[in-house]
Design a protein around this ligand. Structure first.
Ligand code: NDP
Ligand code: CA
Length: 315
């Protein structure tokens, strides 16, 4: 009797947006990427304090169904996830649909400070095994320039896409340090990722998916967008003037000073703009559809929306 998930429309991106003048400049088969911070089960019941969310909507046996529905409905080729603390469950369920996956936990996951917990949370990447050949998986702890290991991680997968003439692609998933006052840490972490991708991916196309915990005004975002990697942000293609969407997470948390509303754009799909074209984007639900109580809710299992888009290789 679970209420339905939001219905989301697919937005077709104009070719000209991708700086190509004719469809002959791009290869035909497209592949679909999903980026999603699906909300760790332990955090949802622990420190997150989503005061407007009905407690029953946060019961795992309820949430897990909507989580699987949200991932499986758009039928993505590759899925990048953050805050995964139930990897086994997701691996088993996605396995039935033909996916394989890899998980890398945060070194000191805050989930472990919460009772009950289900182990550490971390990043995960899944791929359809009939569409993707994995060449190599690199899972790293993000370091500061001093060598100090932060509590954040990044997974980079080198893969070949079978339906695209075995074209090579690197897909990365990360979740940068959260909270106010950590802009500088996030900036250092984005520099680490920039260097990691330059060293790992060479000239091949890259897609970097993440919850950056940084909005577009922060150095962490600007660093990656202005780097030699030549990345564009897929969801900016939804707007006429290439702006990021108004929000990717929206929630109300309780605090000693009363309710605090968060409505921010901090989740991104960045891609090599010279090597890939975005052909479609799954639109977000509107604020009216989400409702005054925001997220998570009985209609949606996370406080972050999923980002889903289709890519094609440029010739
Ligand atoms: P982060 O600061 O990155 O945040 C962890 C999670 O908290 C994120 O998933 C984030 O979600 C969520 N979050 C963000 N803002 C809030 C908020 N206002 N209220 C509640 N949750 C929020 O975590 P760290 O990786 O730095 O880990 C923090 C904890 O880990 C520490 O409290 C400590 O217990 C432990 N730790 C232990 C270490 C050790 O040496 N033993 C070292 C480092 C950490 P979102 O991304 O969705 O915003
Ligand atoms: Ca969170």
């Amino acid at each position: 009797n679970l209420p339905p998930l939001f219905k989301r429309q697919l937005f077709k991106v104009d070719l000209s947006r991708n700086c190509v003048s004719s469809s002959s400049e791009i290869e035909q088969p497209s592949f679909r990427i999903m980026q999603w911070n699906l909300l760790a089960q332990a955090l949802s019941k622990g420190g997150d304090n989503f005061i407007l969310c009905p407690p029953d909507a946060l019961v795992w046996d309820i949430r897990k169904l909507h989580i699987m529905e949200e991932i499986l409905t758009p039928d993505p080729t590759i899925v990048c996830l953050q805050e995964v603390d139930h990897f086994k469950y997701i691996e088993t369920e996605l396995g039935k649909a033909g996916y394989k996956g890899t998980f890398f936990p945060k070194p000191f996951s805050p989930c472990l400070d919460i009772t009950p917990n289900y182990g550490p949370d971390g990043c995960a990447i899944f791929w359809k095994s009939d569409a993707v050949d994995v060449i190599n998986i690199k899972s790293v702890i993000i370091k500061e320039p001093t060598g100090y290991e932060t509590n954040q991680v990044c997974i980079v997968i080198h893969m070949k896409l079978k339906q695209s003439n075995n074209r090579e692609l690197f897909v990365a998933a990360t979740h940068l340090k959260a909270k106010k006052g950590y802009d500088q840490v996030r900036h250092l972490q984005s520099k680490f990722i920039d260097k990691l991708l330059k060293e790992t991916c060479g000239d091949s196309p890259v897609i970097l998916c993440g919850d950056f915990n940084a909005d577009p005004s922060e150095k962490a975002y600007k660093e990656l967008m202005s780097s030699g990697l030549e990345l564009s942000s897929a969801y900016t293609f939804l707007s006429d003037n290439l702006e990021e969407p108004p929000f990717t997470t929206t929630k109300v948390r309780g605090s000693p000073l009363g309710p605090v509303t968060y409505c921010r754009t901090i989740d991104f799909v960045l891609f090599s703009k010279n090597k890939l074209a975005v052909s479609s984007i799954l639109k977000f639900p509107t604020e009216e559809e989400i409702g005054e109580k925001r997220l998570p809710s009985f209609n949606y299992p996370s406080d972050h929306l999923s980002l889903v888009c289709d890519f094609q290789f440029k010739k």
